[in-house]
Ligand binder design. Structure first.
Ligand code: DC
Length: 222
């Protein structure tokens, strides 16, 4: 096994922003597992499948061929041969993703893909179950979190900056609902691994969090 870093935590904690930058500084591959589940949810929405209809989701999930490529250091997700990156980061897809990701058949397929990526390169992988289930032997595990009001405000600012009109209260309610579902599902729920380092980003700047993680990685690499 190469050098693996697992980063888990609730929606909007800053996992992808931070992990992407740490990857760049330490020359690791950044694996965004949420994007894989998002591609699966997008497939269901495009196929007219209700994300809550578990039987239909199981039936359809084998028809979604999800692969990952790296282009200029960026993870690109392909769904049945087409780059779907531009369609993954909407609130609609995010909420549907939290619903379909409770299905064990979906998780099994995504975890296989994650194992093959981690086996091929030194990586920093973010998600919900990376330290607990996907890479239990990771050299460093981080549990990144922040207060739900702070996370909602960050997501709000991000969407507004992209020109997507949104409602802060609705975003916070969605985040709390998503946290609850991600933490209480039966298969691989979100929780802090026993050996994970807890980093609460509520009162930290992005740069402070990046510096802290880079330092932790360097310590573990020695
Ligand atoms: O990190 P994100 O917001 O892109 O994740 C979207 C949803 O995907 C999240 O609500 C739960 C699910 N997910 C998961 O169940 N397991 C992972 N390893 C990553 C994401």
């Amino acid at each position: 096994m190469g050098f693996n870093v697992a980063v888990d935590g609730p929606a909007g904690a800053g996992k992808s922003t931070i992990a992407k930058e740490v990857a760049k500084q330490l020359n690791l591959i950044y694996v965004d597992t949420g994007a894989m589940y998002r591609a699966m949810a997008l497939y269901m929405l495009r196929s007219g499948v209700d994300p809550a209809d578990t039987t239909a989701v199981i039936e359809k999930c084998d028809l979604a061929d999800i692969t990952i490529r790296y282009e200029n250091g960026e993870q690109v997700v392909f769904l049945n041969g087409a780059n779907v990156n531009p369609y993954l980061r909407t609130e609609e897809v995010g909420n549907a993703t939290s619903v379909i990701s409770v299905v064990p058949e979906v998780r099994k397929k995504m975890v296989e893909l994650q194992h093959s990526l981690a086996a091929a390169s030194d990586c920093i992988m973010d998600g919900r179950d990376i330290g607990t289930c996907v890479l239990p032997g990771a050299q460093l595990k981080i549990y990144l979190t922040a207060d739900s009001a702070v996370r909602a405000k960050r997501r709000y600012d991000e969407l507004m900056a992209k020109g997507q009109d949104c409602d802060l209260q609705k975003i916070q309610a969605d985040i709390e609902e998503r946290d609850y579902r991600d933490m209480h599902r039966e298969t691989s729920p979100l929780c802090q691994a026993e050996d994970a380092v807890l980093v609460d980003t509520s009162d930290l700047t992005v740069q402070e969090v990046i510096d802290r993680l880079v330092q932790l990685c360097l310590e573990r690499m020695e």
